[in-house]
Design a protein around this ligand. Structure first.
Ligand code: NAD
Length: 248
């Protein structure tokens, strides 16, 4: 794909860049999107039966098993060239923020540093009652969720479920990053899950150049300054190499 020279020049000279990633950037690692993750054994469940506080209260074993299965899928794969290209981009730009809706932790493994995880991280748990974050836990109870070391209640995945609010400090930092970005990249997100989907709009309203990388059009496509239609695992490395040939 031909990358417009004006876009390469804008990226090379930008002092502040913010990025929003969604499930699409991890697809080339083999991680299914949320809907696709409900395959096989899990196909008969509605998302609300697996990813809500009510579902966890009613059937904690079922919800825990689903997350154990998803953690296994992620651990069996690794970040792809798109994740690594974003880490190289961060190294070139004075002010860089990576905002992600993904819970797979791949950006950190790939070397990105200034990461805002809007929807939590599947490799952390928190107490279902006190909400204290617990980073390691004992899997020995089998299908039953582990217990909080402080109060003995169940631990749950530290992710944002349907109907739950985003961590306000993380969301506020993401909006600030979008508002101060000269260039904003929206990558592999369908831009329908709010409030994450509004973040590129803050960037646009503040005058940022908006670049979308996605093989399919989204609600954001008509507003994008540049649309790079294709898989992020191919386009991101090409974009970073075009702007900084020495970085690869
Ligand atoms: P989504 O599933 O709604 O949209 C995925 C987008 O990625 C689509 O627009 C699709 O066209 C695009 N896409 C597909 N292949 C691509 C590729 N190779 N390169 C670039 N883009 C590609 O995902 P979303 O917008 O992130 O929203 C779904 C929610 O599900 C999020 O809130 C997220 O937290 C959660 N989720 C996370 C993960 C993960 O952590 N990897 C996986 C599934 C779902």
């Amino acid at each position: 794909m031909e990358i417009p020279s004006k876009l390469i020049q804008a990226l090379r000279t930008a002092r502040s860049v913010a990025v929003l990633t969604g499930a699409g950037i991890s697809k080339e690692s083999g991680i299914p999107t949320f809907r696709e993750a409900q395959t096989g054994l899990w196909a008969r469940y509605e998302p609300t039966e697996l990813a809500t506080p009510e579902a966890f209260n009613e059937n904690p074993e079922l919800v825990w098993q689903w997350y154990t299965w998803r953690r296994g899928l992620i651990q069996a794969t690794e970040p792809n060239p798109g994740h690594y290209a974003l880490a190289r981009l961060e190294a070139q730009v004075p002010q860089f923020t990576l905002i992600t809706q993904n819970v797979d932790g791949f950006h950190k493994i790939a070397g990105s540093e200034n990461i805002l995880e809007l929807h939590g991280n599947i490799f952390r748990t928190k107490c279902s009652v006190e909400h204290t974050v617990i980073k390691s836990w004992d899997e020995s109870q089998g299908d039953e969720p582990p217990r909080c070391p402080n109060c003995g209640e169940y631990l749950r995945p530290d992710v944002v479920w349907f109907c739950e609010g985003l961590p306000q400090d993380v969301l506020a930092a993401a909006i600030r990053a979008a508002q101060s970005a000269e260039i904003f990249l929206s990558i592999g997100t369908s831009a329908v899950v709010h409030p994450a989907a509004s973040i590129p709009v803050y960037a646009l309203e503040s005058g940022a150049v908006l670049i979308e990388i996605n093989p399919a059009p989204t609600h954001l496509t008509p507003y994008a300054t540049y649309v790079l239609a294709g898989p992020s695992g191919e386009i991101l490395p090409a974009l970073v190499a075009a702007a900084w040939p020495e970085s690869g």
